[in-house]
Design a protein around this ligand. Structure first.
Ligand code: GRF
Length: 197
């Protein structure tokens, strides 16, 4: 299966996904594209260094016209003949129209134990709430933000004195374990929820 990965920044989750596919000859997926809305995204360099095709569609020229941006964004995904799309640190909200084109074959990783803390600043919110457990979730993307069927979760402890950055770093390590594990199972048609701790 051809896997396109969308990034906006450093792309550490993309690297974990790409490396998991490149190092396992029996993996059901192969990376066919790394696409960013940000020409300066560090993930683009990391993808090219791994021999993965890259593309950029900058969202800024389109202003508030999400549909016009997405009409361009979809082109490299179609040209790469992607079967599955993985959002990995992709920081643009996608319209229902865009999501519907990939419903049932688009995944996202979110840095919280959904359904808790949809949206941004998840680590600060977990600390604010006094949670003693936190983590990340891989889910299927549906039109509602951070809301689709959960495919996997990884938990971490919240330690006394944690700052949001401490927590983010602890969660990110688990993201890099969870996403590759979920993607391989997803591509093999497995749908039981994966729990890592
Ligand atoms: C990280 O904060 C991660 O929790 C979230 O997206 C951000 C960037 O991830 N999924 P990456 O290093 O670009 O994959």
């Amino acid at each position: 299966k051809r896997v396109a990965i969308l990034v906006s920044g450093g792309g550490s989750n993309m690297v974990s996904l790409v490396d998991s596919m490149l190092k396992d000859a029996d993996h059901p997926g192969q990376p066919c594209l790394v696409l960013s809305n940000n020409a300066d995204a560090g993930g683009l360099t990391k993808a090219a260094a791994r021999g993965v095709s890259t593309a950029v569609v900058d969202h800024r020229p389109f202003g508030k016209d999400r549909e016009a941006f997405e009409a361009e964004l979809v082109k490299p995904i179609l040209e790469a003949r992607a079967d599955v799309v993985c959002l990995a640190g992709f920081m643009r909200v996608l319209t229902a129209g865009f999501v519907r084109q990939f419903e049932g074959r688009m995944l996202n990783i979110h840095p919280s134990l959904l359904p808790k803390y949809k949206g941004l600043h998840t680590h600060a919110r977990a600390l604010e709430a006094g949670d003693d457990r936190h983590g990340c979730t891989v889910h299927e993307v549906t039109p509602l933000l951070d809301d689709g069927p959960i495919l996997g979760q990884a938990e971490v402890p919240v330690n006394p004195g944690d700052t949001p950055d401490d927590l983010a770093a602890r969660v990110l390590v688990q993201e890099h374990r969870l996403y590759p594990a979920v993607l391989a199972r997803y591509l093999r048609g497995e749908r039981d929820v994966l729990h890592l701790s």
